[in-house]
Each structure stands twice: as C-alpha cells, then as structure tokens.
Design a protein around this ligand. Structure first.
Ligand code: GCU
Length: 341
C-alpha cells in the first residue's frame, strides 16, 4: 500500500470511529440510563393538546425536574398523540422504549384489570371523596398495580368528571341514549357502562375522534369539559349533558424497567417534581373547567344539567355484576373511605 492510500484508509477509519462515537453518545442521552455525569433525557407522551391543564401540569413537572437535578435530567414532552395513541405509547413504555406517559386510568384497564374500578359510574360521592381515595392507601396501592407489566405509577392528575356530548340531539334522560353510537376509550368499564345505558360503544382513539364525529361514525362521546373544549369537538357536537357519570383520574406513569435502572437520587427528584406538579395541575384544572363551559356556551353549545338519579339507577346492574369479584371488593373499600370530619 502506498502512503497516500494508507492515509485515506486511516482518515476513513477515523471518521467512522468519530461517527460511531457520536451515535453512541446520542443513544446514551436518549436511553434514560446514563451515569451521574450524563444528561438523562426522559420522553413523556400524552394525547391532549398543549393548551390542556394536564399539559401545563407536565410542563411544570419538567421544569421542577430540571431545577431539582441542576439540569442533569431533562423531560421532553410530546403532546397531541405525536408518539402514538395512549395505548400505543403505554406499550412503548412497557418495553422501555419510552420513559413516561400521561394516561387516563380508563385505558390503563387494558394493562391492569383493577384499574376498572375507577370506571365504575357514580363510584365517588363527590370531589373530596375522590381525592381522599386517590391520596390515601387505595390510591397508593393502585399506582403500583401494574408494576409486573412494566408500569410504575407516579401520581394522579385531575381529569374531572365525564359527561355525554352529542351531535344531533340533547340527552336529557338515560332513555335518550338508547340506540346511539357513543365513542369510548379502549376501556372495558366504559364499554360496559355505555352498553348498560342501551347505547352502542365504539372504541376510537382520542386523536381520531374529531373526524369520527364529523363523519357521523358516532353520534356522540363522553368526556370532561376541558377535553371537549380543547379538542374543539364542540364544533360538531353542540349538546353537552352534565350527567357526570365517571370521575376517571389521569395517571403519570413511568417505565418500570427504566425506573429500576435509575439511581435513588434521580428517582427522588422525579417523585418530588411529580408531587409538586399535582398541586399545580389541580389548581389549573379547577380554574379551567368553568371557563371551558362558559366558552362553549358562547359558541352555541347547549349545556343541560339533568337529574342524575335516573342515570345512577340505570347503571346499578354494574354494581351487582361486580359483587364478589376483586373489583367488587375494591368498590366496597372505596365506598368505605370516610370523611374524617
Ligand atoms: C381525557 C383523558 C385523556 C384521554 C381522553 C380520552 O381527556 O385525560 O387521557 O385520552 O380523555 O377520552 O381519550
């Protein structure tokens, strides 16, 4: 080999080695398993738009993590289903391909049966009861219910209560739901509830729902006021009936395999930031609910507050069906959580 050929070869090798080291460094940054001197990048996915109170809660969380870790840990948020539907992203998280997801407990039922309990209609007496349960022993237990399938729960975010909204006519009584096609999440409890009301449940991802309503694939859906407002579903569905059938919390979840690879200090930063973000998210949520209802009224949405009693009666068979099951036991424990006053 002459000298020139040799120097080309060595240059090629050098460039190759440099590129490989860049790729390696990039992977380290993105694997969320770096050592103390590496920057840890945690990707967090969710389905809602950036204007949503839960997104604001997550931004607060990301800022807190950066602050507590002195910039060693960075949380990157991907809203609006950019990394896939809620269920898709939970699957990525289970494999460790994604660090974090904010999901409704409704779709977590697909991964841990016990989550079904949150989807039992009219389970919580009121908002205070709901937070007493979530902040108490049962809430703590439920955060870790899906550990064995790779899901580590960090905290709950407020997702208010869900009600029906429809395209062609107002639902005033449970009978009005009969025969309607209602969009639900991939959630067995939501499917059971809609069936119980005599309507037909259709599972559609949140990202596809606007078009589904527009094209008449479904007659309506059910959700909390911020989600209906932020997604602009009200442009198509002008009737909102505040029957408030379920209070489904959102959960901020972490990949269990990645969690196990983190050092205790990093875990503590993440836990602390999560806890503080809950306080912030709940505040933003509370202020925003009425604002969304008012804005929808301004846009011509008809808001109806029905007598909830017939709706409660209509779903009683669900309680009967759960008696004696693990969910039935959880229902009883939740109902027994008392007001300390
Ligand atoms: C709520 C919940 C979301 C969920 C959505 C839905 O907005 O916070 O996590 O995706 O409902 O109905 O799909």
């Amino acid at each position: 080999m002459d000298r020139r050929a040799f120097s080309f070869l060595s240059l090629g090798l050098l460039v190759g080695a440099f590129l490989a080291s860049l790729a390696y460094a990039y992977l380290w940054r993105n694997q969320s398993s770096g050592g103390p001197s590496d920057k840890l990048v945690l990707r967090l996915a969710h389905a809602m738009p950036p204007s949503s109170p839960s997104h604001l809660g997550m931004e607060f969380f990301a800022e807190k993590v950066a602050e507590l870790s002195g910039g060693k840990v960075e949380v990157q948020i991907f809203p609006s289903g950019q990394l896939g539907s809620q269920v898709d992203t939970i699957e990525q998280l289970q494999r460790g391909a994604l660090a974090m997801v904010k999901s409704s407990t409704g779709e977590l039922e697909m991964f841990a049966d016990e989550m079904t309990v949150f989807g039992i209609p009219y389970l919580f007496a009121d908002e205070e009861h709901y937070w007493r349960v979530l902040n108490g022993e049962i809430g703590e237990e439920m955060l870790q219910k899906a550990n064995d399938v790779g899901i580590h729960g960090l905290c709950y975010y407020d997702a208010g209560s869900r009600s029906f909204y429809t395209v062609n006519r107002q639902v005033r009584t449970p009978e009005d739901l009969r025969g309607m096609k209602i969009r639900v999440m991939s959630s067995p409890s939501a499917i059971a509830m809609v069936n119980q009301f005599g309507a037909s449940p259709t599972s559609i991802t949140f990202g596809e729902l606007y078009t589904a309503l527009q094209q008449g694939m479904v007659d309506g859906a059910e959700n909390n006021p911020p989600s209906v407002y932020d997604s602009r579903h009200w442009e198509i569905a002008k009737y909102y009936t505040l029957d408030e059938h379920t209070r489904l919390p959102d959960m901020l979840i972490f990949s269990q395999p990645l969690w196990e690879s983190l050092d205790p200090q990093t875990r503590q930063w993440i836990d602390e930031a999560a806890k503080e973000s809950v306080v912030y998210q709940r505040k933003v949520w509370n202020d925003y609910v009425q604002e969304c209802l008012d804005k929808m009224v301004d846009e011509g949405v008809q808001i109806y507050r029905p007598d909830k009693e017939p709706f409660k009666q209509a779903v009683q068979p669900i309680y009967e069906q759960q008696k004696g099951t693990a969910i039935g036991d959880l229902i009883e424990r939740i109902q027994a959580v008392e007001d300390p006053q």
